[in-house]
Design a protein around this ligand. Structure first.
Ligand code: TA6
Length: 305
């Protein structure tokens, strides 16, 4: 393993650090086939995930604001320590608004989390300001890796370094790039209960065979299996979401009216994106002092008819 955290094998994957327009480091991961991913130290946010042929798989709004602390609209914002707006914390918590650091000596993961992969380890610790609004000492370690077959994996490890327990919610707020919202369906959420953010978070039960979209959807599906699939009929592509430690799935498409109300989002862009987030929301995670939680998300895609 060389210093940049890349497994040294014959076709070594590569890893480089570049600066964005604000001078903030971004890490570009590349595999031997030319697939790539880009992670910003602003928010620990994945901003790009491309195929071997350079096709972008994640959505970034053409009106995204690239100016910290505003989170970029798109990619995979890390929502922690809460999802949604509650109390004095901002919507979806502060982790996505902060500058993370590269973690040169993270506690080891499983060998399979490194071998043959290009990866970066990031770390977020609370500042004095953060502790004033959320008085819990934590270490949030994020590993982003790109495998030889182009799978993108995010592994979050949250450790309580406090002397008292705390609870948190977390979501990988994943903006998938799709051909058109009329062309996609989600499988893997059938028969699940969900909380509907458009109806005061009331609880309903999903009846559909597969989830399709004809209007704004903003739901938290509860207790899902660890695999969810997004079929894009037009592109003949299926995104696979495989997750561990993330029992819930957020599904969000703003549709026309809400799109027009977001300054960092194009009026028609709701047609080209869909958020399907691996998350732990309904039952916040409680950590005793010294305890650590791991939430793992693996994204891949396969051709489909
Ligand atoms: O359920 C997803 C959601 O909470 C929506 O209500 C919408 O607010 C979306 O997240 C985007 O949130 P953001 O803070 O990224 O604008």
């Amino acid at each position: 393993m060389n210093h940049s955290g890349v497994a040294c094998d014959k076709k070594t994957a590569s890893f480089e650090v570049v600066k964005d327009r604000n001078g903030i480091d971004q890490v570009v991961l590349q595999n031997s086939r030319g697939a790539s991913a880009r992670v910003s130290l602003h928010g620990g946010q994945v901003l790009s995930w491309k195929t071997d042929h350079g096709e972008e798989l994640l959505f970034i709004s053409s009106k995204a604001i690239f100016k910290p602390p505003t989170p970029v609209r798109g990619g995979i914002p890390i929502c922690f320590p809460q999802f949604g707006k509650r109390g004095s914390l901002e919507q979806h918590g502060f982790a996505r608004n902060k500058i993370w650091v590269m973690d040169d000596h993270p506690p080891p993961l499983q060998p399979s989390d490194s071998s043959g992969k290009s990866f970066i380890d990031l770390l977020l610790k609370p500042s004095e300001d953060d502790l004033r609004i959320w008085p819990h000492g934590f270490e949030f370690r994020l590993r982003v890796s790109l495998s030889a077959n182009g799978h993108l994996t995010l592994i979050s490890r949250v450790r309580n370094i406090n002397c008292k327990p705390f609870s948190f919610s977390m979501a990988y707020h994943t903006y998938f790039s799709i051909s058109d919202i009329s062309e996609v369906r989600i499988e893997g959420l059938e028969t699940l209960d969900y909380l509907d953010n458009l109806c005061e978070k009331k609880r309903f039960t999903e009846q559909g065979d597969a989830l399709t979209f004809e209007s704004e959807v903003d739901r938290v599906y509860l207790g899902s299996s660890d695999t969810v699939a997004i079929f894009d009929h037009e592109r003949k592509r299926t995104f696979l979401i495989q997750k561990e430690g993330l029992p819930d799935v957020v599904v969000w498409n703003p549709w026309e009216k809400k799109s027009k109300s977001m300054t960092d989002f194009g009026d028609e862009e709701y047609r080209q994106m869909l958020c399907v987030d691996g998350a732990a929301i309904e039952k916040p995670i409680t950590l005793k002092p010294g305890e650590e939680w791991t939430g793992r998300l693996e994204l891949s895609y396969v051709p489909s008819s």
